[in-house]
Design a protein around this ligand. Structure first.
Ligand SMILES: Nc1ncnc2c1ncn2[C@@H]1O[C@H](COP(=O)(O)OP(=O)(O)O)[C@@H](O)[C@H]1O
Ligand SMILES: [Mg+2]
Length: 275
């Protein structure tokens, strides 16, 4: 154990969030996360893009003073990328822990963003970390790491991208407590947009209204409703002098879809708000 005595210093300081991230709770997610953390329950964050999943994890990491290790999953991400590998140095090889192994040892929150993007072998890897065993086997070293008490596994998943190929298997998803982060109600969303973009209160209310109305277009061929992130982008442009309609066109309409007919529907909503 001696070599791991100082678990908390095992993760560089950059993983400790120093400043309180701005996060407005939409429901009881903070309370639920706290209980999940205290009971070692892994957490699955579900929700469309731009609804505050990443911000929420950052906030919880700050609130609980636990370092945060974020890993953006992609199709080339291998088990070794997560666990670690031997590196050649001169004519010696040296083992280097991957981010998951470091988080397990340090008792950090490990946030696997967009877990469905990762290769199958990586999802299998996290299974033993999610049950009572809380272990991470490192096959290449014939070693088994026991997770530090503070270790918390969080994964995110966007159900909107569902396809037969890219769905979360039940054997994986049924290992998590699922928190659904949906688009915030208009009054909250306006406050978020105002805080993050610097627009006036009036403008933030208008942008939140745009969000709400544009989401109602979902059945008109929009795969996913506009996320708060895009409304913030529009707000940032407006706060720096771009005309609201133009700002919404580039930050919302064109970002949302390539379908010209759907673009026209979104533009109509924009025009009805910014006359
Ligand atoms: N509840 C919220 N409180 C504060 N900011 C939020 C909230 N929801 C969304 N945001 C803002 O929207 C942006 C996008 O959120 P993010 O966490 O990146 O979304 P996701 O990870 O779900 O795609 C954030 O940078 C933040 O500015
Ligand atoms: Mg994110």
């Amino acid at each position: 154990m001696a070599e791991h005595e100082n678990y908390t210093s095992y993760l560089a300081e950059e993983y400790v969030i120093q400043e309180e991230p701005f996060y407005l709770p939409v429901g009881d997610e903070i309370e639920l996360f706290e209980v999940a953390y205290s009971q070692n329950l892994p957490v699955l964050l579900k929700g469309p893009t731009g609804t505050g999943k990443t911000r929420f994890v950052e906030y919880m990491s700050y609130r609980k003073s636990i370092p945060l290790m974020t890993i953006a999953c992609h199709e080339d991400l291998t088990a070794s990328d997560l666990v670690g590998r031997y590196l050649l140095e001169g004519d010696e090889t040296r083992w280097v822990d991957g981010p998951l192994a470091r988080a397990v040892k340090a008792g950090a929150i490990c946030y696997l963003d967009e877990i469905v993007e990762a290769r199958k072998d990586t999802t299998v890897l996290i299974h033993p970390l999610t049950d009572h065993r809380r272990i991470l086997p490192i096959d290449k070293r014939g070693e088994v790491l026991e997770a530090h008490d503070g270790f918390q596994l969080v994964v995110s998943y966007n159900p909107g991208y569902q396809s037969a190929l890219k769905d979360l298997k039940h054997s994986t998803r049924q290992r998590f407590m699922a928190l659904e982060l949906t688009h915030p109600p208009a009054d909250l969303e306006a406050r978020i947009v105002q805080h993050e973009s610097g627009v006036s209160e009036e403008m933030s209310v208008a942008l939140a209204k745009l969000g709400e109305k544009a989401r109602n277009l979902k059945d008109h061929g929009l795969q996913e409703g506009v996320g708060t992130r895009l409304l913030i982008y529009a707000g940032k442009l407006i706060a720096r002098g771009i005309a609201p309609r133009r700002a919404c066109q580039v930050a919302v309409t064109w970002a949302l879809t390539d379908d010209q007919q759907v673009q026209r529907s979104v533009d109509e909503v924009v025009n009805s708000i910014f006359e």
